[in-house]
Write a protein that binds this ligand. Sequence first.
Ligand SMILES: *Cc1c(COP(=O)(O)O)cnc(C)c1O
Length: 221
Amino acid sequence: MSSIAERINEINAELPGSTRLVAVSKYHPADAVAEAYAAGQRVFGESHVQEVVTKYNELPKDIEWHFIGHLQTNKVKYIAPFISLIHSVDSFHLLDEIEKQASKCNRVIAVLLELHVAQEETKFGFSTESLKSDILAGKLKEYPHVEFKGIMGMASHTDSVELIQQDFHQIAAFYKEMKTIVPSFSELSMGMSGDYRIALQEGSSLVRIGSYIFGERDYSK
Ligand SMILES: *Cc1c(COP(=O)(O)O)cnc(C)c1O
């Protein structure tokens, strides 16, 4: 059985120089994060506020914590002091709160805007049409304590490589188009354990990989 360190080295060897690995450690104990840290990994992704706060307190302070799950407005205050990047910004209501909490901490918080293109129904994520019109209307300029770093997206949950490729292609095309309007855009977060190689072909700069590195998650805890 290969270790966490071996998996991380294996993935890093595949990544182009312009792409970084976000090791998704949600539902895995701090020990597993420490093992990845010992292998040189510094960027970790979490999707629950309480869990990332606990790990932040227990683990070395040079870790970059990325928030990748749905973020409730009333919990922004707990991660605002330390979070490095929020991948999952899916509404202007949430941005209003991030702006408020970042200002309170005297920080500028980096975020990605989450795009919804996949076939599954979900409440989360902007549509390309609505986000484009908001960006063109200059809405991103209303947030001095937020740095808009780019776009995050997920592909449809399917075995069809073609469909996954189409989804990532659409997200990447939107990112490139918006990058000409928003100069701070530099990150495109796409790709998970099952589909990151396809995401790399479409130009992902951040791959979010969990189970491939840490094994299956135990949701019973
Ligand atoms: C859990 C999660 C991942 C990691 O998924 P794996 O399939 O375990 O690699 C990536 N992105 C998001 C948004 C997630 O919630």
